[in-house]
Design a protein around this ligand. Structure first.
Ligand code: NAD
Ligand code: IPM
Ligand code: MN
Length: 364
């Protein structure tokens, strides 16, 4: 654990941020996001206290540590937010540490909202023809604590020819209702006009029947929002064909995981999109949507923008809208001026892209 207090001259309100770079490109993009965050905080006269945790594959392979049992309580007590890179390493094929740390924090901190905006900052970043930000501005709101991720299931006769493996899809009324309600409240607060709920109730006749019934109840409370339903298979096809149909999409844990990668593909790839794991009013966790990207890790080519925008989302969550806006404006300028990594058509390495953003937000 490394602690660092970063004080600015005036320091209006101090926020305590836990930083978990994790594995692979997480260890490259998070230092850049932290650099940009510090510069933006300094420009706005804010004080942050950073505490870094070395949880990830190296630590797991060294001493077996994943998520310490007291970690959730420690974060609730001592931190305002968590900034995480990515978890996943080819040396840990079971991804046990990733599941314990990332899913562990989502579940144990009850971070039931996974907010994944997919915004087209520049039309040259989409594989679609003639599309601008007004056509591709989708927020995927993913249920984050239930569904097929609940960890309920098991093996019977494992490793034999008669093996049975089960994986239960857990959907609770409370869980489904709170995420659907969050989606409508989010739409109202952000001025979005449309909410689309996506499920697979034509095949999953119990769990997703609950989603159907709860959606009908909750939507009736928001007559000002145009609400619709689409089965997930059609939704993913429609997102690619004509993303302008969608503003807010609310869906279950697994479908939201998939839809948010599809959304990323529409706006420049996984290097660009951020994610907030949120329980309103409580310590929440922010991360890029991408993983540890072992194929490009250690080469100084990973795009830090997803991590920078995750840090910006974190600032917005903490009430630092000025810093969040400054960071997003910096990202828009970097994309406009092609001061980016190669995935977005630039020629900069990860560190140089971070330096550029750092200088840009410092001058805001
Ligand atoms: P991935 O997101 O790591 O990579 C998918 C593709 O996107 C790769 O081609 C990669 O090079 C590219 N990419 C990812 N991040 C990028 C960036 N910042 N800049 C440019 N290109 C980028 O997904 P994967 O390959 O399916 O998974 C790799 C590992 O990461 C696995 O262990 C997986 O479990 C884990 N994972 C973790 C998280 C997380 O921690 N939140 C998310 C997804 C995957
Ligand atoms: C994500 C990732 C995780 C998920 C994995 C690493 C468990 O894909 O955050 O999108 O499925 O939620
Ligand atoms: Mn994913």
């Amino acid at each position: 654990m490394v602690e660092e207090s970063f004080k600015t001259s005036s320091g209006k309100s101090r926020k305590r941020i836990a930083v978990i770079p994790g594995d692979g490109v997480g260890k490259e993009v998070i230092p850049e996001a932290v650099k940009v965050l510090k510069a933006a905080a300094a420009a706005c006269g804010r004080e942050i206290h950073l505490t870094e945790f070395d949880w990830g594959a190296d630590r797991f392979l060294r001493d077996g540590t994943t998520l310490p049992v007291d970690a959730p309580e420690m974060f609730r007590r001592e931190h305002d937010a968590i900034l995480l890179g990515a978890l996943g390493d080819p040396r840990v094929p079971s991804n046990q540490h990733g599941a314990d740390i990332l899913l562990g924090l989502r579940f144990k901190l009850d971070l039931y909202v996974n907010l994944r905006p997919c915004i087209l900052f520049d039309e040259r970043l989409t594989p679609l023809k003639n599309r601008t930000e007004k056509d591709v501005n989708i927020c995927v709101i993913r249920e984050n604590t239930e569904g097929l991720y609940s960890g309920v299931g098991g093996f019977f006769k494992k490793g034999t020819a008669d093996e049975i493996a089960t994986q239960e899809d857990i959907n609770t009324r409370k869980g489904v209702e709170r995420i659907i309600r969050y989606a409508f409240e989010f739409a109202v607060a952000r001025g979005y006009k449309r909410v689309c709920m996506s499920d697979k109730s034509n095949a999953l006749a119990f769990g997703h029947d609950l989603w159907q019934r709860v959606f009908k109840e909750v939507r009736s409370e928001y007559p000002g929002i145009e609400s619709s339903h689409m089965f997930i298979d059609n939704l993913l096809m429609q997102m690619v064909r004509d993303p302008s149909q969608f503003q807010v999409i609310v869906t279950c844990n697994l479908f939201g995981d998939i839809a948010s990668d599809v959304g990323a593909g529409l706006v420049g790839g996984l290097g660009v999109t951020p994610s907030g794991n949120i329980h309103p009013g409580r310590v929440s966790l922010f991360e890029p949507v991408h993983g540890s990207a072992p194929d490009i890790a250690g080469k100084n080519i990973a795009n830090p923008i997803g991590a920078v925008l995750a840090a910006a989302m974190m600032c917005e969550y903490l009430g630092w809208n000025d810093i969040a806006r400054g960071m997003e404006e910096g990202v828009r300028a970097a994309i406009r001026e092609r001061a980016t990594t190669v995935d977005l058509g630039g020629a900069l390495g990860t560190r140089a892209a971070g330096d550029w953003l750092e200088n840009k937000v410092a001058a805001c």
